[in-house]
Design a protein around this ligand. Sequence first.
Ligand SMILES: NC(=O)C1=CN([C@@H]2O[C@H](COP(=O)(O)OP(=O)(O)OC[C@H]3O[C@@H](n4cnc5c(N)ncnc54)[C@H](O)[C@@H]3O)[C@@H](O)[C@H]2O)C=CC1
Ligand SMILES: CC(=O)CC(=O)O
Length: 359
Amino acid sequence: MASLPMVRVALLVAFSVFLTLVLGFGLPSVLNWIARCCGFPEASVTECIVFVYALFVLYVAVPRLPRGTVEVEGKALLITGCDTGFGPALAKHFHKLGFTVFAGCLFKDGEGAKELENIHSEKLKVVQLDVCSEEQVSQAVQFVTENLPDSEKGLWGVVNNAGISTFGEVEFTTMDTYKQVSEVNLWGTIRVTKAFLPLIRRAKGRVVNIASMYGRMGNALRSPYCISKYGVEAFSDCLRYEMKTWGVKVSIIEPGNFIVATGILTRDIVTTTAEKLWKEAPPIVQEDYGKAHFEQYMALMRSYCNSGQREIEPVLDDITDAIMSQRPYTRYSPMEPHWWIRIQIMTHLPGAISDRLYF
Ligand SMILES: NC(=O)C1=CN([C@@H]2O[C@H](COP(=O)(O)OP(=O)(O)OC[C@H]3O[C@@H](n4cnc5c(N)ncnc54)[C@H](O)[C@@H]3O)[C@@H](O)[C@H]2O)C=CC1
Ligand SMILES: CC(=O)CC(=O)O
């Protein structure tokens, strides 16, 4: 939400128009009722309106109030998935801000890792880290523990960024695919978090989990990915309640569509996934759905993988806030307004309405 000032301003304008209409159509009893509930039994209609309006202005303004930032000196972060996309950008960004960064890479000899190593900084260390490997996660804990700038202070934060994506209708998707996607996105996030929590608790630090707008709403063709990201949301919520007593803050980042800016769903991935989906589908599914229907959906995915926001700054800004603010938010939703509105409609309106609007 922090990155959506325009949406909030738009809501404020819409609310102003709504109140004007309420006045115009004479529904003061509703407002009177709200005011009475809030302890103003004798409030006039105008006072009621001013009161509700003030509440709404507060809703818009409070998240904009300065919340203070933490001291960077001596703090270290682990970021997973630093080969491509958000990961390496985050590693460079936090290194520039003065953090010691442990950049977990799936391929320690790959291009992404080399680019980070070429920065030649004592405060930016590349770590071999496949989040699906118990052994590599343990080795990473050992490496981080031995290389912390101040072992007494522990590790300030983990950014669980590593992830993979895929698509395909339920009847075309194999059980292996469901398991593979959750193995990285969900179990990988949980595995890394559990392993690093003792160090983070020592620092009273931060866990920042990268979910997605698809952690908040489903979509046709996206069940394996949505399941994994809904799981990340559930895990993060439960962990947040538990960590309160330890002073550890847990935030969820729910980026919208930044596909063109990263390597998560390229045209090549769409082509190979489409071939695999059709080849592996049971004959009855191929026959019932038909090739024409299948091709139509694959064309949708091809155009989707060329869409989205090119600039990833909104994501970097929100993750920075989650790591550095004295009072980080529970959820950040860096996304275009049309996706944000879709989430609100799909999560707050009856299914009968949202289904009709979007499917
Ligand atoms: N690009 C987008 O539009 C959005 C991305 N996200 C999420 O952001 C995160 C980062 O993705 P992007 O930068 O977009 O994609 P990306 O494909 O460029 O980056 C994903 C990173 O995860 C790493 N990775 C994959 N499997 C791994 C494993 N087993 N162990 C360790 N690392 C592994 C990859 O090597 C890569 O560095 C993911 O969790 C993704 O689901 C969420 C919403 C939108
Ligand atoms: C929006 C996302 O989380 C990325 C995807 O659609 O795969």
